[in-house]
Design a protein around this ligand. Sequence first.
Ligand code: UD2
Length: 314
Amino acid sequence: MERISHALVTGGAGFIGSHLVDELVAGGCRVTVLDNLSTGHRHNIDHLGDRIDFVEGDIRDEGLLNKVVKGCEVVFHQAAVVSVSQSVQDPSHACEINDLGTVRVLDASRRNGVRRVVMASSSAVYGDDPRMPKTEDMAPMPLSPYAVQKLTGEFYASVFGGLYGLETVCLRYFNVFGPRQDPSSPYSGVISIFLKKASAGEAPTIYGDGGQSRDFIYVKDVVRANVLAATEAPAAGQVLNVGTGTSIRIRDLWELIGELSNVKIDPVFGPPRAGDIRESISDIGRIRQSLGFKPRVVLRQGLIDTLAWYRAPS
Ligand code: UD2
């Protein structure tokens, strides 16, 4: 990893953020984590002890942001209300965190001489445009407050580049999975839910006929994409898909998880989930070209590693 001297990771106690913090620390980077622990957990970063500076606080707090961003070369902005359904239930709150919070992070960054901000965006911005695979130049079709907010964040990033010369990169994550993903809510990622069910010997519920498909990317690959986005010159100003360019049907996913966990349980089929999109698959040509990024962990291996973690969290 090309050296980053000092980075701020917002949401650094969360699922993706904490893996990013691990990688940065391993690369010799000084890391400050800002997290309000609304969905993040201290236990995700406890193992790092005093090798990081942890600040419990909110990204809307301008005074605090100005303090923690001082001296940082790069900001990785991962903090967000990450649940689509939470954004549907309480759009104002999600807007405050995802939009106002993002503007505050960008503003504090440009005021304090940060070189580059790498932002977590989402494949949600594509909505249910039936064209596959999703390329970054497709017109966005946001279908939820969450998607609108992520898209707005991308626009702000671009405007901060134009107005203030702040370098930004927006990464549109597809379906991320791996250790530390919290399976406990009904809105958790499907892989975390399925792995928990398989480990408990219980049947999962598949919404609809299970023929819907997703592009699942392992969290460590997402971390690598973030680090490259921070260090590779051609990334500046870009919006990039972060996926694998492959997909799997949800019923086949359960079958694979069953095989890897040595359980053979028939799933329960429930009604389709409202607002579910049928297919999702990324085109990763752009990120390959600008960052030289290719995912390294295939789904099967990522599932094996994640299953091991759910059985013995470390
Ligand atoms: C993902 C993101 C979301 C947003 C969205 C954009 C996650 C966790 N969520 O939502 O933040 O970016 O993409 O489109 O990555 N399913 C079942 N049974 C279950 C749980 C899920 O059948 O117990 C199905 C579900 O109906 C869906 C698929 O699995 O078809 C994936 O569901 P998900 O909640 O993991 O992720 P998704 O794609 O809805």
